[in-house]
Design a binder for this molecule. Structure first.
Ligand SMILES: Nc1ncnc2c1ncn2[C@@H]1O[C@H](COP(=O)(O)OP(=O)(O)OP(=O)(O)O)[C@@H](O)[C@H]1O
Ligand SMILES: [Mg+2]
Length: 289
């Protein structure tokens, strides 16, 4: 089966995690063995999906679907242990003052370790990661750029030896459009669309990456305009709500037109009146392309 890597990014709070989970669920239903990856040291999905534990090792949460939480340090430790087979030597490696100093001064090392781990399947390098598809609930905009820059930066700084070689191969993987896809989540509002457009342009200019846009929480109603107008004439709270919705719909239309000018694939995801996590993720998985 062809391997796939998906990065989901965007401004804080736009729905990255929920969209990433929905995409992972959709892929798992297509029969792929999927790992949903959270980055950082706090799991969002543990609370959101009410799971007993989410850690570095994958936890199965649905058929064909597992979740894991990765930090740069954990990725680096696992990687080193894979090559330094003897535990006491691995310990020595991490407790070595020079190595500690190196880890602390090489600012992009945690990001590089994460990217190395994410691409380890297709590169057939490092500890086994037996999944067909990785969906990474990635950092928000600025930190996400740092994640992408890490392999390129390290390849320039360390041109020779295994470090340079690995960095170049990670960089090639994350820019291979047959392997890696990028999804920028945004909302039908001015600022998120502006930020998404800027991120789209940066990815194109600095990395030659074509991301697609997912506009989340779009109000979708079949109510005809006439009945919204009719309700407003009543002057009741319902009427006020109808006026609000009509205004929102108009605003949304204008923003959508603006987003369509970005030369990317654009899809919309409705705002669901659903407060339970799984049903929400399932509904979104059904509408994602
Ligand atoms: N299409 C949707 N319909 C209804 N609610 C949604 C939808 N998408 C996301 N939400 C809700 O919006 C909230 C924010 O979503 P989420 O946590 O995925 O955002 P995020 O971008 O990952 O945030 P952060 O930047 O904090 O990681 C959640 O409570 C989620 O349930
Ligand atoms: Mg999140």
């Amino acid at each position: 089966m062809k391997q796939e890597i998906h990065f989901v990014t965007g401004k804080g709070g736009v729905g990255k995690s929920v969209i990433a989970a929905a995409l992972a669920l959709k892929k798992s239903k297509e029969g792929k063995k999927v790992l949903l990856v959270e980055l950082g040291d706090q799991s969002f999905f543990k609370d959101f999906l009410d799971l007993p534990e989410v850690g570095y090792q994958p936890t199965a949460i649905a058929p064909n679907l597992s979740v894991a939480l990765w930090t740069g340090e954990a990725c680096l430790q696992e990687y080193a242990r894979h090559f330094i087979k003897v535990e006491s030597l691995a310990k020595l490696f991490f407790e070595n003052a020079v190595m500690k100093a190196f880890i602390n001064v090489a600012p992009a090392l945690p990001e590089l370790a994460i990217m190395g781990k994410v691409t380890s399947g297709p590169r057939k390098h490092g500890p086994a990661l037996p999944f067909d598809c990785l969906v990474v609930d990635a950092f928000a905009t600025g930190h996400f750029i740092a994640l992408l820059e890490a392999p390129k930066g390290m390849a320039q700084a360390v041109q020779f030896g295994p470090m340079g070689e690995q960095s170049r191969s990670i960089d090639a993987c994350i820019r291979n459009k047959d392997l890696t896809s990028y999804h920028i989540v945004t909302l039908p509002e001015e600022l998120p669309v502006k930020e998404a457009t800027e991120l789209f342009q940066r990815l194109k200019a600095e990395f030659e990456i074509s991301a697609d846009l997912i506009m989340n929480k779009v109000i979708a109603t079949d109510l005809p305009l006439a009945s919204l107008k009719e309700a407003q004439e009543e002057g009741s709270d319902l009427g006020k709500f109808a006026a609000y919705i009509e205004h929102q719909l108009e605003h949304q239309r204008a923003i959508l037109e603006k987003a369509k000018q970005v030369p990317s694939d654009l899809q919309t995801v409705p705002l669901y009146f659903e407060t339970n996590a799984w049903p929400l993720i399932q509904k979104i998985a059904e509408v994602l392309r």
